[in-house]
Design a protein around this ligand. Structure first.
Ligand SMILES: [Zn+2]
Length: 214
């Protein structure tokens, strides 16, 4: 199965992608994770991208396209994949079309996880990441804890720059101005599966799988 996941910041898109990846046994290709790793490694591309991400802006199309091209050409992507965070602009969508044509792929499903905007802002602002392992938790979940439940690191929780409210507002603005047109682009051409992302993670995942089966 080949999926393209859409959703505003904070909608739980990455979490859903990870679960789907395990259940469907196909790789989760997160451009956000690939970029964050590059920033951490201080690669040439990472240095360029880091500054842009911290402002909440979009990484330029040419960088994104080359990342995806390289990733989709790897052997583990041949039987399916979940794209998370790409395409985010119409230029990227057109580049993806071309790339999929080159790879002889014409079947894929677009999934849109939607949510109320104020609900999203609340969710993101209440998120904390672990400095050591990168895992993300809601504030409620780590209330009173001084050790990361995932890796055991001490006092490692922090609010990611891109989860701060002003940055979130900018991300939502960017999402609406750049990504919603991509979604509309797909809606005009194929069926888009839409699922409400507010709710229990497993319930939302169940909804997506049910929609995909029907
Ligand atoms: Zn951790």
């Amino acid at each position: 199965m080949r999926l393209i996941l859409f959703g505003g910041p904070g909608v739980g898109k990455g979490t859903q992608a990870k679960i789907l990846s395990t259940k469907l046994n196909i790789p989760h290709i997160s451009t956000g994770d690939i970029l964050r790793q590059a920033v951490k490694d201080q690669s040439e591309m990472g240095k360029k991208a880091g500054e842009i991400i911290n402002r909440g802006d979009l990484v330029p199309d040419d960088i994104m396209i080359s990342i995806i091209k390289e990733r989709l050409s790897k052997p583990d992507s041949q039987n399916g994949f979940i794209l998370d965070g790409f395409p985010r602009t119409e230029i990227q969508a057109a580049a993806l079309n071309k790339l999929l044509e080159e790879l002889n792929i014409n079947q894929f499903t677009v999934v849109y996880i939607f949510a109320d905007e104020e609900e999203l802002i609340k969710r993101l602002n209440y998120r904390r990441a672990c400095k050591e392992c990168g895992k993300i938790f809601s504030l409620q979940k780590i209330d009173g804890l001084d050790k990361c439940p995932n890796c055991g690191a001490e006092n490692s929780f922090y609010l990611r720059d891109d989860d701060k409210e002003d940055v979130i507002r900018n991300r939502l603005k960017v999402f609406k101005s750049s990504t919603i047109p991509v979604l509309n682009y797909y809606k005009e051409r194929r069926e888009v599966v839409s699922v409400n992302g507010i709710g229990n993670i497993e319930d939302v995942n169940g909804l997506i799988l049910t929609e995909l089966e029907s």
